[in-house]
Design a protein around this ligand. Structure first.
Ligand code: ZN
Length: 544
């Protein structure tokens, strides 16, 4: 055959070979995909096989190379990596949903009315509630439990404050827990009236004194709580959550539900620190699979600013000679730090006040040294003295922050922190600059679950009324790109999971959401805040 005949045949063969498309499970195309890779590249289409991304690129190229039974035209909608909450209380959210919701109450009388209504509807053997915040009431003093005793003389009532660091209980429960005016507590406070009688308000470790005497939740109720929490997380676009403090039984329960397929969400479970748990897990080692990651401990250094349990360097401006307190004894903290520093576990410590931050930064520094790769975290890093900021960078310590805390607290935080101390608070940009990355979370159920609230608060530093008009301490606002990274790849990185998730890249879990809003360019601020994803895909499977 003449050469001139062979060339066209060869060309056709090559073309035919090229047209052989690779079969995958599903294809999504005609989208604007924020991949959140290192270059923050935008793509149009992606291909999924066996729960992972196998291609990310232009619609033209991906459709030319791949075929699938499931092909989804997104008509210009937006795709983001599955959102990750770097600090939340997943199981706590589920339990919260089974309790009296007190977040909307505007007075203590209303709190009691809510409890009465809950009792009439549910006839429970005990009343648990959460979410009251005296900072939002006309009378900003802590309430006292007289009216609660009148309404519920014969069953235990425990109502946690919005931050989870304080509670008001009735006398029935105080008596059952044998708390009276002589009871002492370290790392907490039993609030008393002028006659030295407990008012029912308990702060930090004092709350544990009464919870010990409450009956355990039934297994079926626990499972119900976890499934409900998962449903809410999915509705809000979360494909992974951190649970900042779980007991081994709870971790094992979540793990077994994930294995049976009853729970699908990915969980980074921090182990609640205790001698028993440290002993157990250091022997057992870290535990990781595609859904569960158990490789860190959660320690509490101090309490919260709202209930004046945050440990400050100088006294509270609105309570004379009061510095807050440590929840864990200093020497005990050092023992934990030393022990865990010798293992491959990560340590994440709750620090709100500038004194707690300084103490824990120094403890970490002592045992980790410079240029370590342990990614030990400080949770909240809420008030950090300017002279301590550089410690984060010097010792590679990761601040893990919750932007909605800034906008929830901004109307009263300066009453606690006068004389410019407020300038050192909620300083997310200053903290970001230290390591060049920062994980973001919500601390739900302390705050709303929605990661879009986080994005809005981080970027605009405003409340739901777009107040203050120029934003709160906007020198510490994050850019849109930084906020999105904080909710995806940096959140993954804070759990050593950046090679598996947090961005839309080949080889990573096919976890993503579809929205009808362009987070990078939308001008209508509240539209961003109120967004809900239209679709949520986890491991390539459509959940929502
Ligand atoms: Zn928390």
């Amino acid at each position: 055959m003449a050469l001139k005949h062979i060339f066209p045949i060869l060309t056709m063969l090559i073309l035919f070979a090229c047209k052989q498309k690779t079969k995958v499970d599903s294809l999504y195309f005609n989208a604007k995909i924020y991949t959140v890779d290192s270059a923050f590249k935008v793509a149009e289409a992606l291909a999924i096989k066996d729960g992972k991304f196998v291609a990310v690129g232009s619609t033209k190229n991906v459709l030319a190379d791949f075929d699938a039974d499931e092909k989804i035209d997104l008509n210009g909608n937006y795709i983001y990596p599955g959102l990750i909450d770097a600090h939340s209380h997943f199981y706590g959210l589920g339990r919260f949903m089974q309790q009296v919701d007190l977040t909307a109450c505007t007075s203590f009388d209303e709190v009691i009315e809510c409890c009465k209504l809950f009792y009439q509807t549910n006839k429970p053997a005990l009343i648990l509630g959460r979410g009251w915040d005296q900072n939002l009431w006309t009378d900003k003093n802590f309430p006292s439990n007289e009216k609660l005793n009148d309404a519920f003389p014969n069953i235990p009532v425990l109502l946690k404050r919005v931050d989870g660091h304080a509670a008001i209980v009735n006398n029935f429960l105080l008596n059952r827990a044998q708390i009276d005016q002589s009871t002492k507590v370290d790392g907490g406070k039993i609030v008393k009236d002028a006659t030295n009688k407990p008012t029912g308000v308990l702060i930090d470790n004092a709350v544990d004194l009464v919870t010990k005497s409450l009956p355990q939740m039934a297994l079926t109720e626990k499972i119900k709580a976890l499934k409900l929490a998962e449903k809410i997380c999915f509705e809000n676009g979360l494909t992974s959550v951190c649970d900042a403090g779980l007991e081994p039984e709870e971790i094992n329960l979540i793990d077994s539900l994930q294995k049976s397929g009853d729970l699908k969400i990915r969980v980074f479970a921090m182990i609640s620190i205790s001698e028993k748990n440290v002993e157990y897990y250091l022997k057992r080692g870290t535990y990781k699979n595609e859904k569960m990651n158990v490789s860190s401990f959660k320690m509490y250094a101090d309490g919260a600013l709202g209930s004046r349990g945050a440990c400050l360097l100088k006294p509270y401006s609105d309570e004379k000679n009061h510095y807050g307190f440590l929840l864990t004894d200093k020497n005990k903290m050092e023992l934990y730090v030393r022990r865990i520093s010798k293992s491959n576990f990560q340590l994440c410590t709750h620090c709100i006040g500038d004194s707690a931050n300084r103490l824990v930064l120094n403890l970490y520094a002592k045992y980790l040294g410079e240029n370590n790769r342990k990614r030990w975290r400080i949770e909240h890093a809420q008030v950090v003295d300017a002279s301590d900021l550089a410690m984060y960078k010097k010792f590679n310590i990761i601040p893990s922050v919750q932007p909605t805390h800034a906008t929830s607290d901004m109307n009263w935080a300066d009453e606690r922190l006068e004389n410019d101390r407020i300038k050192n608070a909620y300083a997310y940009k200053d903290l970001l600059i230290q390591n060049g990355w920062i994980p973001l979370g919500t601390d739900f159920p302390v705050e709303n679950v929605s990661p879009f609230y986080t994005f809005y608060a981080a970027v605009f530093r405003m409340d739901n009324q777009e107040k203050p008009v120029s934003g709160f301490q906007t020198n510490n606002a994050l850019t849109r790109e930084e906020a999105l990274r904080g909710m995806t790849i940096w959140a993954a990185r804070s759990a050593f999971e950046e090679n598996k998730k947090g961005s839309i890249e080949i080889g990573k879990f096919a976890d993503f959401i579809v929205c009808d809003i362009d987070l990078m360019n939308e001008n209508h601020k509240l539209k961003i805040r109120n967004t809900k994803p239209k679709q949520l895909i986890l491991a390539g499977k459509k959940i929502k």
